[in-house]
Design a protein around this ligand. Structure first.
Ligand code: FAD
Length: 392
């Protein structure tokens, strides 16, 4: 292999470049990214960047040292595969042949119908644009009380905006962690002076207002849509690679072609741990999975079997989650969820499947270790916030 292309210049892309070089790849290396910015970190976009505390989150990478050609502002538009190995990435600037390819094109926010202006939050430019509209007194209406919606609401409220959050489900975070746990965060909105309306569906974005499914309107100076993302895989249509939500890979992050791997928010990888395909949109996966993708591309044995992990900073609280709760049989609270600090664990028998913590970072670290090792826990100790989460 002597001509590798990395398509996508997010965290997964830059980490793939670094991992290829650190594992001894010596051939040509090119990173193609649709954005004109050098790869940067996205989590601060809904936090410190939006708040105006930070403006640059560029990933610290030595591009010269990495001997990587950086093609910014260039979009991959199609993939043509040769009969044997290798192929060509068609881009907005021409054809780029390769004999090894890392697909790391991430995800793109879903937008709502309607011809009114709507903000989404995925890129540095999105964040800067929205930041300019978050002035004191501005009526900011956020559609979606998921992770991004909650973080934008936090920042907008802090800046003195009049914030309304509209959520189709019956509770915030219902899609992510279920309505019971998600519902426990509803009071955080009230405490921040935010008008949270759940069970409300939006039909369209109009100029200066939202049209709701029941025909009502909600007036807004700024409309922010945070209703989820879809993997950025349209450019792979017709290539022959299997797409099922994201780019389908095995546990080694290999696609149906041995010289092509996929990683990060665009990849639907086979999890041996959970016996199913996972597609998570978490920074931790974009950080760590490229190591496996690079090893696989170079013909080394590797598989990605981490339990998912992410965090969110909302309403002055650190919310962290590790594991995968959909496989669990039951839920056990650790501490009173009406208090400021609490956690909830998901268990199957004495197996800890997942944990969500609110301002209990030590619980998270201990539980994450146990989840990773798959060692049994004492369910009674799990329910007692006075003792550490520990193995049985
Ligand atoms: P991306 O970061 O999406 O990068 C993909 C890159 O590929 C982009 O630069 C894109 O422009 C480019 N691209 C797309 N299509 C093409 C194409 N056809 N050709 C060339 N280039 C292309 N995770 C957490 O765990 N905790 C958090 O608190 C958290 N906060 C977040 C806040 C925000 C506002 C956002 C947007 C995400 C947040 N995340 C968080 C998620 C985390 O940032 C993502 O999981 C991570 O960025 C995924 O990295 P990636 O490299 O796979 O994809």
């Amino acid at each position: 292999m002597d001509r590798v292309i990395v398509a996508g210049g997010g965290l997964a892309g830059v980490r793939a470049v670094e991992a290829l070089r650190s594992k001894g790849y010596e051939g040509e290396l090119t990173l193609i990214s649709a954005e004109r910015h050098k790869p940067y970190d996205r989590p601060p976009l809904s936090k410190a960047v939006l708040a105006g505390e930070v403006d640059d989150t560029t990933v610290d990478a030595d591009w010269d040292g990495l001997r990587c050609e950086l093609l910014l502002g260039e979009r991959a538009t199609a993939l043509r595969l040769d009969a044997g190995r290798g192929g060509t990435v068609e881009t907005t600037a021409g054809d780029r042949p390769f004999d090894g390819l890392v697909i790391a094109t991430g995800a793109t926010p879903i937008t709502l119908p309607g011809d009114g202006p709507q903000h989404v939050l995925r890129t540095l430019d999105d964040s800067r644009r929205l930041r300019a509209g978050l002035t004191a007194g501005a009526r900011v209406v956020i559609v979606g009380a998921g992770w991004i919606g909650a973080e934008v609401a936090t920042t907008a409220a802090k800046k003195g905006c009049e914030v309304t959050v509209i959520e189709a489900a019956d509770a915030p975070l219902a899609n992510a962690v279920g309505p019971q746990v998600g519902g426990l965060t509803a009071r955080w909105y009230a405490e921040a002076g935010i008008d949270l309306r759940t069970g409300v569906k939006v039909a369209a974005v109009e100029h200066g207002r939202l049209l709701l499914a029941d025909g009502d309107h909600v007036a807004a100076d700024e409309i922010v849509v945070g209703v989820g993302v879809r993997p950025e895989v349209g450019w792979l249509a017709g290539s022959g690679l299997e797409i099922e939500g994201g780019v389908v890979t095995d546990a080694s992050l290999r696609t149906g072609r041995p010289e092509i791997v996929a990683v990060g928010d665009c990849a639907a990888w086979w999890s041996e741990r959970y016996g199913r395909r996972l597609l998570v949109e978490h920074w931790d996966t974009a950080l760590n999975a490229p190591d496996v993708a690079a090893a696989t591309l170079l013909g080394q044995e590797a598989s990605y079997d981490a339990a998912p992990y992410f965090w969110s900073e909302q309403f002055g609280k650190m919310v962290q989650y590790a594991g995968y709760h959909p496989v669990a049989e039951r839920m056990v609270f650790r501490g009173d969820p009406a208090a400021d600090k609490w956690a909830v664990c998901w268990l199957t028998g004495d197996r800890l499947d997942a944990i969500l913590t609110v301002d209990r970072p030590r619980d998270l670290v201990q539980a994450r270790r146990i989840i990773a090792a798959g060692t049994p826990v004492d369910p009674e100790a799990v329910a007692d916030p006075g003792v550490p989460v520990r193995q049985a």
